[in-house]
Structure formats: structure tokens, C-alpha cells
Design a protein around this ligand. Sequence first.
Ligand SMILES: NC(=O)c1ccc[n+]([C@@H]2O[C@H](COP(=O)([O-])OP(=O)(O)OC[C@H]3O[C@@H](n4cnc5c(N)ncnc54)[C@H](O)[C@@H]3O)[C@@H](O)[C@H]2O)c1
Length: 266
Amino acid sequence: MPEGSLQGKVAVVTGAASGIGLATSRRLSAMGAQVVAVDVDGEAAKQVAGELGGRSVEADVSRSELWPSVADAAQELGGADIAVLNAGVTTGVEDITALSDDQYRRIMGVNVDGVVFGTRALVPQMLAKGAGSVVATSSLAGLIAFPGDPVYTLTKHAVVGFVRAMAPRLAEQGVTINAVCPSLVDTPLIDGEIRDTLAGAGFPLIAPEAVADAMVYCVTEGHSGEAVFVQLGWPPTAYRFGHPPGPRLPEAQGKVPPGWLAEQPS
Ligand SMILES: NC(=O)c1ccc[n+]([C@@H]2O[C@H](COP(=O)([O-])OP(=O)(O)OC[C@H]3O[C@@H](n4cnc5c(N)ncnc54)[C@H](O)[C@@H]3O)[C@@H](O)[C@H]2O)c1
């Protein structure tokens, strides 16, 4: 993808201060986009905006009342063309009986509410332009089970389901929405014991820049409703979902409930 091909575009990136969000912000900026760097760490977001000549907004993506300030920052630049809804956390809790209410609410708020509120706040700007692209960061844990953090797995599956269900309606209006599903990436999210265990097992981590490649792929390729996985040695690739069984009673053979996707199984 040549530099400059996102010239004039406005890209909102959440979790922009670190890891995947930072690498993505840098990539989109290098391609010509104006970046609105959103992070709960306002100082770090400001630094990113300073480096990229963009804007920053200090906001906790789980708080719906803060999204208008993000939307306003994008609107001042002409309106969002790209939304990378990437901020995310883990619980680090494997034993569900040890999960506190606060830990549960926090991860649901950041990983799920942050994606839903971000889509709700920024899609209207894209619809007004008749084009746009939403990319939400899920995880390989959105496609497979990660027993080490079942609630993280829950949130990342939720993101995949959300983008797949949103895609058809948005596509009619010129807006794409996809999920990026990376395996383990070398960011501060992978810290302490996990990092040591992985290093001990000789398991290589993916560079955040490779995830930025997948973000750009989603923004530029025009497809929608896909879960694009990022895995060592692979280019960004849309995951192929299996088909759950449809009805097999003679009177219901091949029927799809009204309003469901036609690609549902027969
Ligand atoms: N690192 C991995 O192995 C990996 C793998 C798959 C998916 N992911 C996903 O990638 C995304 C980015 O993770 P990362 O690895 O770059 O982590 P990171 O910790 O390096 O960066 C996350 C950023 O999000 C910000 N953030 C956290 N809570 C926030 C909130 N409530 N509001 C706004 N900003 C908030 C943090 O301040 C930080 O800057 C997450 O959604 C994560 O689940 C990461």
C-alpha cells in the first residue's frame, strides 16, 4: 500500500498510546491520514498526537458520555473516515470464582461497550460521507477458546459477532466493518508471567506492525463482516467460518428465519 493513499482521511484510533494502537496510528499517519489518538492515558495520547501531528482525546472508551468529545474531535477535522476500535484489556483471571464484579465490569466496558459506543458515535459521520471503515480489534481468542481468560474470550467473541451482524446493513450504506484477530503480539498487554512462559517455551510474538498491516488491509480492501486473523507467517487473511446446521424437518428444509443472513445453512 503506497504512502499517501489515505491522504485527507480522518482516522480515530482507540488505545492509541501503546502497542497495536500506537503501531496502527503511526501506519495510518504515514499513509496520509489525520489521526485522532484516543486513550484513557491522556498524556501518552497527547504525545502520540504530537509525534503524528494529529489530535488527542483523553477518554475511557467504556463511558458512553465521553464519546461525543471523540466524535467532535473527528468532526472538527471533517468527520471520521476510519475508526479503529482497539482499546482492550484482559482480566488475567482463569478461575471464574475469583473474578470480582469490578474486573468483570471493566473488561466488558472496555472490550465490548467501547466497540459498540465507538461504532454508534462514529458511523453517522461515515454515513454522512457515504463511505467509511470500522475495524475492531478482536483476538484469536475471538475465534478459539482461551481457557486462561474465559471472560476475555467472551468479549472477543462478542466483537466478532457484532461486526458480522453489523456488516450487511452498513454495506448498503457504503461503510465496511471488520474485526482483526491477532494471535500473541509483542505489546505491554503480554507482561510478567505470560511473557516469561512464552519466552521459556520459545514461542515467538507477532510485531504490532504486522497487526497494523491487517488494519490497513481491512480499511483498504473493501470487504466487510470479516474476521481477519493475524498469525506468524501469514498475510492478513479472512477466517472461514463453519456452517452450523439448519433445520432438517421436511417442512422447514433450507429455510432461513426472516432477516437472518442468506448465507445461513440450508
Ligand atoms: N497483545 C496481544 O497479544 C493481543 C492479541 C490479540 C488481541 N489484542 C488486542 O489488541 C488490543 C490492543 O492491545 P495491545 O496489545 O496493544 O495492548 P496495550 O496494553 O499495549 O495497549 C492498550 C491501550 O489501550 C488503552 N486503554 C486501556 N483501557 C482503555 C479505556 N478504557 N479507554 C481508552 N483506552 C484504554 C491503554 O491505555 C493502552 O494505551 C486490545 O483490544 C487487545 O485485547 C492484543
